[in-house]
Design a protein around this ligand. Structure first.
Ligand code: ZN
Ligand code: ZN
Length: 127
């Protein structure tokens, strides 16, 4: 069982250093590329993600409908950039000031979502 736990920790750890939310498949590919022994199966990734969400260590992020990514629940307020070329999502620090100015008169804002679209630096260089 301790073997299982360390794999779970590996999954959570990889996600917290990813620099952006990842889908189960992305995370699995990432883990396989860094794990020379190649011991982590996709089922373990799914299990760890589910457990991470249950425990509050991870939160699901749905940037595109039908595609769920995961990120650490401990991150401070931030937004995301979605690359339309490689489909990777990146964390974007900070926020926009004065969003309240967009509100119709008499409205109160309780939350907001901002998603930036474009081409990431890697893809821009490659093109
Ligand atoms: Zn890209
Ligand atoms: Zn914000």
């Amino acid at each position: 069982m301790s073997e299982q736990k360390s794999k779970h920790e590996l999954v959570i750890d990889a996600l917290s250093h990813a620099g952006g939310p990842m889908s189960a498949n992305e995370l699995w590919n990432h883990l396989r590329s860094t794990d020379s022994k190649n011991t982590i199966g996709i089922a373990t990734v799914y299990r760890s993600l589910r457990k991470g969400v249950q425990d509050g260590d991870l939160v699901p992020v749905e940037l595109e409908s039908g595609s769920v990514r995961y990120e650490p629940g401990s991150l401070k307020h931030h937004h995301h950039f979605l690359c339309s070329d490689c489909s990777r999502a990146f964390d974007v620090d900070g926020c926009v000031n004065n969003l309240d100015q967009l509100l119709p008169a008499g409205f109160e804002m309780t939350n907001h979502e901002i998603l930036l679209y474009g081409i990431c630096a890697d893809c821009k260089v490659a093109s």
